[in-house]
Structures are given as C-alpha cells and as structure tokens.
Design a protein around this ligand. Structure first.
Ligand code: HEM
Length: 407
C-alpha cells in the first residue's frame, strides 16, 4: 500500500487517527488490519529507534504490500530483494549514486543539464506544475539514461502504465502478463540507452561497475536498478514546486538564500535545508513499511517472523509533542549538527534501509530551485500558503502555480 501511495503522492495514515491510537494504547505498538494481514504500527520513539537500528536481514524492506506495488516496475530492484543479492544490489546503488557524498561525481554534467533545460520554464511570469514536471522528466532521463533519452516520452508512458497496473490489488493473470511484457520492453530500452550513454550517466556508471562484469552480473542486474532511479528522481518536480511555494510565503528565507544561490557552488547547504524541510512537512514517502524475518520484540511483546511493521514517518516528523514548530516551515532546523541522524525526522529513513539517493535527490532539487531563484523572486503562488498558520497536511503538487518576478 504505502510505497504505492508514495509513488502516487497520496497521504498515509491520518494524524488524528494515530494520535487517538497513541493516547488509547499509552504509546504501545498497535496491531491494525493492513491490506494483506495484520500490521504493527509503531507510535513510541523508543520503538521507532529500534526499527531503524535492526539490521535489514531482520527487518526487511520487501514487505508483501510494498513488494506487490513495486515488483512489476522493478523486479530486480534493491528494495524488492533480500539476502546476499540484496546486499550486492545495495552496494551497487550506494556506489553509483555516491550515497556517502553530498556532491555526486557527475555533478558538473548534471548541473549543465539543469542549466540547459531550466530556461524553458522561465519565459513567463508564471510557472505551472505540468511544465515543471515535463522539464524534470527530461533532466532525469538525461541523468539516468544519457542525452539520447531526453525526449523519450514513450518510455515514460510505459513506466507509468506499469506503475498504474501495480496498484491493482488482485490483478487478473492476463493483465499481469501484459504488464510483465511491457516491463521487458522498457528494460530492453533502458539497456539500449545504457550501452551508449555518456560516461557520467547513472546507467553508464552502473554498467561499468565491477559487479556488473563479474560472474553473477546477470542476476545482479546493475542497469535494472535504473527503474527505481527514474521513479525516485521524478519526485524532484513536486519537491521543487513545494519548496518554491513555501519560499514565496517566506520572503525573508528566500532573501537569505541570495548569496548562496549567486555564489554558484554546488553544496548549497541553506537551500538543501529548505528542501529537507519541505520533505519533512510533505514527505514523498509518508510511511515506512517493513517485514520481520525473525522473531522480534516490540513494547515487550514477542512477534513472530513475518510480522509487517510500520513507522508512520509523516506523523512522527510533524508530531508537536516531539518536534518544535512541527507545522511551520523552519529550514534552519536542518542546519543544526546531528540533524541528519535525528530520528524524529526521517524523510529519507535511517539505518540500513536509508535512501542511497538522498544526496543526489537533494542536489538535483537544490540545483533546479537555485536555477529558478538565480534570476527571479518567487512572489506568490497557489494554493495560498499562510506563514502565520499551521501548514496544511497535504500540498497537492498538480495544482501548484508560482508567480515569478525578475530580480
Ligand atoms: C528526492 C527525494 C527522495 C526521497 C524523499 C527518498 C526517500 C526514500 C525513502 C524514505 C526510502 C526508504 C523506503 C523504505 O524504507 O521503504 C528510500 C529508499 C530508496 N531510495 Fe530514495 N528518496 C529520494 C530520492 C532518491 C533518488 C534520487 C534515488 C536514486 C536515484 C533513490 C533511490 C532509492 C533506493 C534505491 C531506495 C531503496 C533502498 C534500499 O532498499 O535499501 N531515492 N528513498
């Protein structure tokens, strides 16, 4: 349910329901009925900490509901894998995405692509979400598959069709077979692009990874990881739209970014903090779902292997009982030392399942936002955001329109 929800930009559990559950059960884990069986919801910070600390071999990412939602689109993706294969695939993801480096080795090439594509967005005084989404899709295809893929909207339609099929709970055999055939077609096209991609493109890096040339290369499917990368990087469009809308409502914050944006560096720490704060308020993945592969104990009670466990991350990172100014846009909280490890906030999760594309996602979103802000001020937009009131729980990206004024 939840990864699919994230892919669709839908919200997870309502905060009011979770607050009521926490009050009724004194913070103990609560077992509810999930889509395919019982689901243990963690509402206490100590349980949440254990969730992040447990190794992925004990608390696995490929929970049945998530696997069902993603396995048509990325059957060989790390998130759908387990055991030694998962560890190998995770290593390839970490190294190709440069998970431990704020600035990706291909940053200069990626930055040049963004600078080439962004002007198409900035010809008018208004910036609507659909053109932003199309521009991000071009940038993402260039980053992942190389320049030849920039205009391949057919591939994008195939991937979208497969993603939509995944949302059917019980798919007829005929539909599943058709979706698998479409996946094979899309995967073959991804391989073709990878074979001739410029060396800085992510699929070229995957193809040249030592593990992609060893004896287990076919089973590993390094290039096949790109299906998730395309999906994940598409999220940059709603993230940039929401960040710019929040900056329109916070002109002092926008002004404070000036020096950094004009300076031309790639690290952009203050702007990245704004993007992280946007993700805290409006996460792409509002709920984290796992499945246990061994007996585990939660709130002092043992649960058998196979238990589905959920951290409602959005609820926790907007929880006024633990997070100061929980419903306000306060980017500076991300500049404090230790913020990235603060488990109250988890837009990229924590521990062994933490997002390997965190830095790359932040870098891409910050570079594109900087490109808009370099020549413009965002003076307003819709929907209206009142900086003096708690922010809404949902900010649907599809209807966002930004008003730009030249600087
Ligand atoms: C831009 C914003 C992004 C956000 C908010 C985000 C968030 C997340 C979260 C919360 C998870 C953990 C999911 C779970 O536990 O079920 C995750 C996993 C993952 N993300 Fe991201 N992500 C982003 C961008 C990216 C990018 C740009 C890439 C690659 C290009 C990427 C690749 C991955 C992969 C491969 C996993 C699976 C990790 C594993 O199974 O160990 N993400 N992401």
């Amino acid at each position: 349910m939840l990864a699919a929800q994230a892919a669709l930009g839908q919200q997870g559990w309502s905060a009011a329901t979770l607050r009521a559950m926490r009050a009724r059960h004194g913070g103990a884990p609560v077992e509810v009925r999930g889509l395919s069986g019982p689901l243990l919801v963690l509402l206490d910070q100590a349980d949440v900490r254990r969730f992040y600390e447990l190794p992925v071999r004990t608390l696995a990412l490929d929970a049945p509901d998530k696997y069902r939602a993603l396995s048509l689109l990325e059957p060989t993706g790390v998130i759908c894998s387990h055991g030694d294969t998962r560890e190998e695939r995770r290593r390839v993801n970490d190294e190709v995405l440069a998970a431990d480096r704020p600035v990706h080795p291909s940053c200069e090439e990626f930055r040049a692509m963004i600078a080439q594509e962004a002007p198409a967005l900035l010809r008018n005084s208004e910036l609507d979400f659909p053109p932003l989404r199309r521009t991000v899709a071009r940038i993402v295809r260039r980053m992942v598959l190389g320049d030849a893929a920039a205009g391949d909207e057919e591939l994008a339609r195939w991937l979208l069709a497969i993603r939509e099929e995944s949302n059917w709970m019980r798919m007829r055999k005929r539909r599943a077979t058709a979706a698998e055939a479409l996946y094979r077609k899309a995967a073959a096209r991804v391989e073709e692009y990878a074979a001739r991609a410029e060396p800085h493109a992510l699929t070229a890096l995957a193809r040249n990874h030592p593990a992609a040339r060893g004896p287990g290369a076919a089973a590993l499917d390094a290039v096949g990881q790109a299906h998730h990368w395309l999906l994940a990087l598409d999220a940059v469009a709603p993230i940039v739209a929401r960040t710019l809308l929040l900056l329109a409502a916070h002109p002092a914050e926008q002004e404070a970014l000036r020096a950094e944006v004009d300076g031309g560096g790639a690290e952009l720490p203050r702007l990245r903090a704004c993007v992280e704060e946007t993700l805290r308020l409006f996460p792409v993945v509002p709920d984290l779902l796992r499945v246990t592969r061994a007996e585990t104990e939660w709130g002092g009670v043992p649960y058998p292997a196979g238990t589905a466990v959920l951290v409602p991350a959005l609820f926790h990172q907007r929880d006024p009982e633990h997070v100061p100014a929980a419903h306000q846009f306060v980017p500076a909280r991300w500049l404090r030392s230790g913020a990235a490890q603060d488990i109250r906030m988890a837009p990229f999760s924590h521990g062994g399942g933490r997002c390997p594309g965190e830095h790359l996602g932040l870098l891409t979103a910050a570079l594109l936002t900087a490109e808009v802000l370099r020549g413009h001020r965002v003076t307003g937009g819709r929907p209206a955001v009142d900086p003096c009131r708690p922010l809404p729980g949902i900010l649907a990206s599809a209807g966002i329109r930004l008003t730009l004024a030249p600087r």
